[in-house]
Every structure is written in structure tokens, then in C-alpha cells.
Design a protein around this ligand. Sequence first.
Ligand SMILES: Cc1cc2nc3c(=O)[nH]c(=O)nc-3n(C[C@H](O)[C@H](O)[C@H](O)COP(=O)(O)OP(=O)(O)OC[C@H]3O[C@@H](n4cnc5c(N)ncnc54)[C@H](O)[C@@H]3O)c2cc1C
Length: 405
Amino acid sequence: MTSQADVIVIGSGGLGAATAFHLVKRGVKRVALVDKHDIGSQTSPRAAGMVSCVRKSELMINLIKLAAEKIKRFTEDTGQPLDWIHSGSLKVARRAQDADVIDSDIARGRGLGLDVERISPQEAQRLNPFLEPEGIVAVMRVGDDMYFDPSQVAIGFARAAEIGGATLLPHTAVTRVRIDEGEVTGVDTDRGTIRAPIVVDAAGAWTRQVAEASGVRVPLVPTAQQLFVTEPVEGARADLPMVRIMDAAVYMRPCDGGLLWGVYEEHPRFFDMNGLGDGFQIKDMPLDASVLWQYAEDVKPQLPILLKAKVREHRGGIPTMTADGQHIVGPTPAVRGFFFASGCNVAGLSISPALGEALAAWIIDGAPPIDLTPLTVARFGPGSWSEEQLKQQAAWQYRHFYGAV
Ligand SMILES: Cc1cc2nc3c(=O)[nH]c(=O)nc-3n(C[C@H](O)[C@H](O)[C@H](O)COP(=O)(O)OP(=O)(O)OC[C@H]3O[C@@H](n4cnc5c(N)ncnc54)[C@H](O)[C@@H]3O)c2cc1C
């Protein structure tokens, strides 16, 4: 096994694999991409694959716009396949206060060059006939939104990184990041030690476990998220705009002739990864269909199809939530050479092309191409959060993903 690298990336999901690919692309010779399971096999391939361009801050809108462009150019850039559809989306408010959010989304989005407008519920139904106008107060059409096949991103980046010279090390568990006098010196794995001055913790649901094994704290909570994919449904064209119902936090998009849909439920399930044991894989996460059916009832007047369509697949994963709903990316001030690419907040796969590129530049140039300090772990301050507080705020961020108030 490799015993020396310039950069070790722990975790070959979307965030880690994108970082490894961009490091290689920028000319870093010895990149080791280490994963305790198969490459790109954990939460990333189980995502919905939706790109949402209207975000709460200018920084996030700029990053996701860049990511969307990179998704469209994925095959050109990496030589690997990626199926994507530029469908646009409809964000639906059923309450007056959420219509106000839509108005401010439109003002912010337009200011940053997004193709956004308010349309009538009837126009929305014309664009996506599965959406019934009943009970709808306002709809925002987002022309920039798109979706892609989630199973192709992490594996595509990882393969391209390997072709460019990176060493892929599947079935290699990092047990500890080695830190000597405040500097990273490498990692210990169950197959031996690899030395390197820079380590990226992109271990997804296990990010915190990896960091804490080395005495580094990071405030994020592994959180269940699940979805259904239905059997083919007549009229479910691939280019129908995706639908998001704000207060219910339900999403739906076309998928293989049927529909894919999920929810950010009010009481999310959190996990302590240490308690799940070494052999645990994301596919072992227990699923709970009753959560999805409960919310299908909630949105029945707008999306009656959800209760009618036959379910073909039920899948889920464990993204990581933070207290402020922002990603955790960049160096930690506690240890030189220790970087994070995590805190995905259920939106890490779509943004991974942009974050991977920015993080690679940060590692190589000593600074990111755009100011990403609002995303660093330093924003939380040492010991400024209790576990209870973190979970409460993370649950709020999860439930209010679509900005409902
Ligand atoms: C149902 C669902 C719907 C979603 N919908 C969307 C969406 O529409 N759009 C979007 O952008 N995102 C979505 N997401 C979120 C998205 O899946 C995540 O943000 C993204 O996949 C996170 O990638 P990751 O690299 O952090 O994690 P992962 O893909 O889980 O990768 C982490 C890797 O680290 C490895 N690892 C862990 N510990 C160690 C160790 N000690 N040593 C070595 N390797 C280790 C793991 O084996 C794993 O392969 C959704 C998620 C789910 C579950």
C-alpha cells in the first residue's frame, strides 16, 4: 500500500472524490483517495440528484451556479458519463408567509442573474400537470434548476482522479489522523500508515468520528433522509419541472419514466456513527416508509399522484446537518494541514463540483478562489455549542430547507 502522499482525502463520496479530482487536475502528483467501503458507495449514490439554484446567500448562489455549469460539462471535464436534465423547478407556497419568502427569493435570484419569476398556480400546472392548483398561494419558477443521476458523480470523479494519477484505496479504514505538534503528518489505517502533510476529512456521516479520533471537534449531526422512486407513470416526462412544496418540505422530480419524491420531515432521525459499529454501511440504515406516506397525505391536494403511484424503490442515506445549514469546508484553525469537506446539509452532491474545485485551490494556493471563510469550521468557535443545541438547530435547518417560515 502507498506509504507517502502529498494529500490524503478520506472518503470517496461526492465531496471527497471531487476534491481529489481537482487536486490531480491542478497537478498534485501524489493524491491518495481512501475509503473504508467501495469507492463512491455510501450516501452519494442514494441522493435525489437535484440542483437548487435559489439559495439564501450570494455566496451559495454563486457556488451552485458554478456547480451547475460543471455538472453540464462533467463528461467533457472528467471523461466520465453523467446523465443530467435541465428541467427547471417550481417552488410552491401554500401559506401567505411563504409567498413573501418567494418574493425575496426572486429579488435575490434576479440580482444574481438567475432565471426566476412568479407564475400563477394554473401556469404551474400547465408546466407540470401533476401539480394541482388547489390551496396554492404562490409559485416561483426557477429556470436554472436541473437534476442528474446521483450514482454517477462520486464514482466519475474518483475514476477520473485515478486516470490522472491519484491512488484509490477502497476497503481501507482511516482509524486516526496523525497530528504532531499541531500539524498533520498522515493517517493510520487498518492497512498501515500513510504519511502526508495534508489530510481532507470528507468522510460524510463519519466526518465527526474521524476528526474526534484525532481530538478535532466538528459540530455536525448525521441525519437520515429517504425517498421513494415510483414505477413508470403516464405523463411523467423527464423534462417536467421538479416541484418543491415549501411548508411540507416535500420534493418531487421525474425519474426513469416515474417520479422520485422525498421529504424533510419535522422530526428527523439523528445517528451516532460510533454506536453503529465498524461494519455499518449506509445501505444498512433502517428505512421508515410511514414518514413518507404521512407527508404524501399532507400534500395530497397539490400532488395526489404521490398516493396513487406504485413504489418501485425506497432508499435513504445519512447526510450531515449543521446548526446554521451551511457546509463545513476548508481548514481548521486547530491543526495545520487538516481540512474539512463535509456538513453537506442534504445538498452536498450537487455542489460538490464547485466545492471540490475551490478546496483543491485552497490547499494548493493557500487561499480559495472566492472567499469561503463563511463555510469554515472556525465560524462555530471552540466549544460554543452543546450537543442538544446542535441537534435542535440542525433539525430546524433540515425542516426549513426550502425557506418556509
Ligand atoms: C435521500 C437523499 C436525497 C438527497 N438529495 C440530494 C439532492 O437532491 N441534491 C444534493 O445535492 N444532495 C442530496 N442529498 C445529499 C447528498 O447525498 C450528500 O450531500 C452527499 O452525497 C454527501 O457526500 P459525502 O461525500 O459527504 O458523503 P458520502 O457519499 O457518504 O461519502 C463519504 C465516504 O467516506 C467514507 N469513510 C467514512 N469513514 C471513513 C474512514 N474512517 N476511512 C475511510 N473512509 C471513510 C465512506 O465509506 C464514504 O464512502 C441527498 C441525500 C439523501 C440521502
